[in-house]
Design a binder for this molecule. Structure first.
Ligand SMILES: *Cc1c(COP(=O)(O)O)cnc(C)c1O
Length: 431
């Protein structure tokens, strides 16, 4: 397999782009080597500039849930392009997408569209503060909520509870209202309420995908929600990743809770830049122009992006691939576990519907501390062998893999073969 064209573009890209990427998750820092440059994609496959074809389990980090370049989406987008790209005024398609989204979330009467998941969450947080009149927010270590200052707090180290900024350029003041709790540990949330009486909300990924996949245990989410209700604080579900991933709607419903505010992104744009936040009327009425919470966007509700979102969600609903996702996800999980066993490699697989990933560790992974016991060197070897055998994975141990409804029986064979070669390579590593 040759990567010479990717290599050349990478070197060229380094001149005017930072690290030749526009998002650091695309850099290959933790697996070594240079990032691949992509030429095109179709269905379950992605093709790089050297012509190598891969089964794509990145799927743009989630959005391409019905596969790349679905005919119906292409048609809808082409049609929208004919009418213009942006108007700075309302269009009917915004109402259509809003209805699709609100109908799919029981706790959402109204929604506001923005351009990214980051924007959705920062607006959702502002809304929680506007509604409660309180300032503090609790987040869980290992959960990612976009790159706004207030939520870029060090996650996972023993010092995490001190709210140390996790990025240069984030002033202490920006995170002084951010408190850190541990995923799957309600006591760590309660402890903050004992010390603070100005907590507006807890934000959570209902299924965590950003430390790798971690699943809420037992009644964690329900107990969290009941506790917050008793304290007059809101639950913000960051469903940017999980929205429309495991059911047509939110993971919160599958898990038996209703969040006060829900943030969305990824799938709802079908590959175009769309984010959203929504809630019941009494909360959304705080947002301008109905209320005093300001939030705006020149390109928000962009007509091309709306067409992409509507056509993707309409086709997704028609296909209703969620049972298939679960069945195929289970098959891939078994392939990973059995192959690891065959080659004597310690491996844990976490999966929720069409989101999954393996951790190279012996420990069950229920929080960020557990996730960090993974052997990232093994992941790096595994990653490159998967690439060489035709499977494109996110270049990090701590990212979820995704399925699209375009995945086929043949793809599963490609996957099984690649996993066999890759696990063998891991088992042959020198310690
Ligand atoms: C991807 C993601 C975000 C950020 O979305 P962007 O579109 O990258 O800004 C926020 N929260 C979660 C849970 C995500 O997975």
């Amino acid at each position: 397999m040759k990567f010479s064209k990717s290599q050349k573009l990478y070197e060229k890209g380094l001149v005017n782009l930072v690290g030749a990427v526009n998002s650091p998750v695309r850099a290959f820092a933790s697996v070594g080597g240079n990032p691949l440059f992509i030429k095109k994609a179709k269905g379950s496959k992605i093709i790089d500039v050297d012509g190598n074809e891969y089964l794509d389990l990145v799927l743009s980090y989630g959005p391409m849930v019905i596969g790349h370049r679905h005919k119906k989406v292409q048609k809808a987008v082409h049609k929208a392009l004919k009418n213009g790209y942006s108007f700075g005024a309302s269009t009917e398609n915004e109402i259509k997408l809003a209805k699709i989204v609100c109908d799919a979330f029981p706790g959402m009467d109204k929604v506001r569209f923005v351009n990214s998941g980051t924007e959705a969450v920062l607006s959702g947080i502002r809304l929680a503060r506007a509604f409660t009149g309180k300032d503090k927010i609790i987040k869980f270590s290992g959960c990612y909520h976009g790159h706004q200052d207030a939520l870029l707090v060090a996650a996972g180290s023993g010092l995490a509870t001190l709210s140390l900024p996790g990025s240069l350029g984030v002033p202490e003041g920006a995170v002084k209202n951010t408190l850190i709790a541990e995923y799957n540990n309600l006591e760590s949330v309660k402890a903050h309420f004992e010390n603070h009486d100005d907590i507006a909300a807890v934000i959570i990924e209902p299924i965590c995908g950003n430390m790798g996949v971690a699943i809420p245990q037992d009644n964690f989410l329900k107990e969290l929600k009941d506790f917050l209700t008793s304290k007059g604080a809101l639950l913000i579900a960051d469903e940017v990743m999980t929205g429309f991933r495991s059911k047509f709607g939110g993971a919160q419903e599958l898990l038996g809770v209703e969040a006060d505010i829900t943030c969305l992104g990824k799938v709802i744009g079908g590959g175009f830049p769309v984010g959203a936040y929504g809630a019941r009327n009494k909360i959304m009425e705080k947002v301008a122009p109905l209320g005093g919470m300001y939030q705006a966007g020149t390109l928000s509700g962009n007509p091309i992006a709306m067409a992409g979102g509507i056509s993707t969600l309409t086709e997704l609903k028609r296909q209703n691939p969620y049972q298939k996702f679960d069945e195929i996800g289970a098959i891939l999980e078994v392939i990973l576990l059995e192959t690891a066993k065959k080659y004597n490699v310690d491996l844990v697989v976490n999966r929720f519907g069409s989101m999954m990933n393996p951790f190279f560790t012996k420990n069950q992974v229920t929080n960020f501390k557990d996730a960090q016991t993974s052997d990232t060197k093994k992941f790096a070897v595994f990653f490159w062998e998967m690439i060489k055998n035709g499977v494109f994975l996110p270049p990090s141990q701590f990212e979820a893999w995704f399925l699209s409804s375009a995945i086929s029986e043949k793809d599963i064979k490609i996957f099984a073969n690649a996993v066999d070669k890759s696990m063998l390579a891991v088992s042959q590593m020198e310690n």
